[in-house]
Design a protein around this ligand. Structure first.
Ligand code: FES
Length: 102
């Protein structure tokens, strides 16, 4: 695992997200309540892109069937999804948002 700079610190407003691929895997960087989070781009239910969803509080909603996922833990908050999405450590340093992936 290594740290990768994926966005400027001020690039995303709260509620915005960005597709990133720091180690070749499609991930989503999300600025939500409490800071920046990074999760797998694909929903754990049917591999639908969460980039088409929306951010609410500290969660992200899958727009295909409506499951919400906690951005910090990756856990689904309602059905039909019952498996978590993977989460990645983030930090803000030197004016950049960094994601630990590899
Ligand atoms: S594909 Fe995301 S909830 Fe079904």
């Amino acid at each position: 695992m290594a740290w990768h700079a994926v966005a400027r610190e001020d690039e995303l407003g709260v509620g915005q997200m960005k597709r990133v691929a720091p180690a070749g895997n499609p991930l989503l960087l999300v600025h939500a309540e409490g800071g920046h989070y990074c999760v797998d781009e694909l929903c754990s239910h049917e591999d639908y892109s969460l980039w088409f969803g929306c951010v609410k509080g500290r969660s992200i909603k899958c727009s295909l069937h409506g499951s919400y996922f906690d951005l910090a833990s990756g856990k689904p908050l309602n059905e039909p999804a019952d498996c978590p999405i993977r989460t990645y450590n983030t930090k803000v340093e030197n004016g950049q948002v960094w994601v630990e992936a590899g």
